[in-house]
Ligand binder design. Structure first.
Ligand code: GLA
Length: 388
């Protein structure tokens, strides 16, 4: 957590002589279960992480929106009234895209200077991009004395990602960034966009994140391929039941009946989605009853399905899950986010955290090029303006 003094100093260092008028905190997210279900109208169960991205803003008079990223060490400017099309550098497109979406919504933007600083690891599958979009949107809204309700805000941020980052993502990341609640997980129905904030009940447990520091370039290109395979499977099921709108409406019996008409790969993709959507309400129930054992088992099942059926895991993620499985006191572990690298999330008895850290050091760090970064997280509040 960055404190207010640090945010002020940071802003003035980037823009000498200028004090921030607005600061925003926007968290990253860890999905506990329900992966690759959001774009199939299914359920997800993420938390907003304690690690967050911060945006500070001050007014300017040069007609530009300037944005500085401490992670990239560069500043990008674009006209406040005409932010333009996506261009290099790629990171600034999230900001540019959000500015365009706000203007499109009829909110004219005054020129300003933005500084971005993030504790959310970049490209690690914990949604640094949604944090950047939502953080930027809240900062620009506050600078222009405007407000947008939570769900339209999340949808606006996602639209920026679709159009300016060319990533056809679902709604999970932006929704949890906006709707996160301290010590709660968000059970989100991605079809109705209704949700329930469920208290995290597991006593004496810790959420441990293990970052492989691997970002397989293949990830972004495989995401739309997975979406296409889901549509292919759905289209086959729809031939016998046109009422099906998404894989959310199918069950395993239906899928098995159509197996022979389906490519084997498409069958496995659909099996992942159908079983994963079913696991989320079970996990939510386990959460409500404080049943960490069942919750953990569902996490392991989810990982196996992502690995074998959806094929979005990688050797590093699988190794971490296997290592975690062997540590007494680990309830469950799974890859989180889009996959092909990024992080594993584990639900661990608090007094087993150290053994898990030691096991990762002994068994993982020797085997792979980069050591895994291990840290803990808690469920935090969604994005908000921070008083300065
Ligand atoms: C990425 C997308 C999300 C979701 C996950 C997989 O994080 O942005 O919308 O589809 O992958 O669950």
């Amino acid at each position: 957590m960055v404190n207010t003094g640090e945010l002020r100093d940071l802003h003035s260092r980037v823009y000498p002589g200028s004090a921030p008028r607005v600061a925003v905190r926007a968290p990253g997210r860890v999905n506990l279960i329900g992966e690759h279900t959001d774009y199939n109208d299914g359920y997800v169960l993420p938390i907003a992480m304690s690690q967050a991205l911060y945006v500070t803003a001050s007014p300017s008079a040069d007609g530009q929106i300037s944005v500085h990223s401490t992670a990239f060490g560069e500043t990008v400017d674009f006209p406040a009234d005409h932010p333009g099309s996506p261009s290099d550098p790629a990171w600034a497109n999230y900001v540019r895209g959000v500015a365009v979406m706000l203007i499109r919504r009829g909110i004219p933007l005054k020129p300003c200077r933005l500084a971005i600083h993030s504790d959310v690891p970049l490209g690690a599958g914990v949604s640094s991009s949604a944090a950047l979009e939502v953080g930027t949107a809240l900062a620009l809204l506050a600078m222009n004395e405007r407000r947008i309700e939570a769900i339209p805000l999340a949808l606006l941020a996602r639209q920026a990602e679709h159009e300016y980052a060319h990533s056809p993502c679902g709604i999970m990341d932006q929704f949890i960034c906006v709707l996160g609640k301290t010590r709660h997980a968000l059970m989100l129905d991605c079809r109705s966009q209704t949700y329930e904030q469920i208290p995290l009940p597991f006593e004496n447990t810790t959420l441990v994140i293990m970052n492989t520091q691997v970002k397989h370039a293949i990830g972004s290109s495989q995401y739309p391929v997975r979406q296409k395979q889901c549509h292919e499977g759905l289209a086959i099921l729809q031939r016998s039941d046109p009422r099906l709108i998404a894989l959310r409406d199918a069950d395993m019996d239906m899928l098995l009946q159509h197996r022979s008409r389906m490519d084997e790969v498409v069958f496995r993709r659909c099996r992942h989605v159908i079983t994963e959507i079913a696991r989320v309400p079970q996990a939510a129930e386990a959460m409500k009853t404080g049943d960490a054992v069942t919750f953990g088992r569902l996490m392991f099942d989810s990982h196996a399905s992502l690995k074998d059926d959806y094929e979005v895991s990688c050797a590093e993620l699988d190794a971490l899950v296997d290592i975690a499985r062997q540590v007494p006191g680990v309830y469950g572990a799974r890859m989180t986010g889009g996959g092909f690298g990024g992080c594993v999330i584990a639900l661990v008895k608090s007094d087993a955290e150290q053994s898990l850290r030691t096991a990762v050091k002994d068994k993982y760090d020797m085997r792979f090029e980069k050591p895994a970064m291990v840290y803990t997280t808690t469920a935090s509040e969604g994005a908000t303006v921070v008083p300065l």
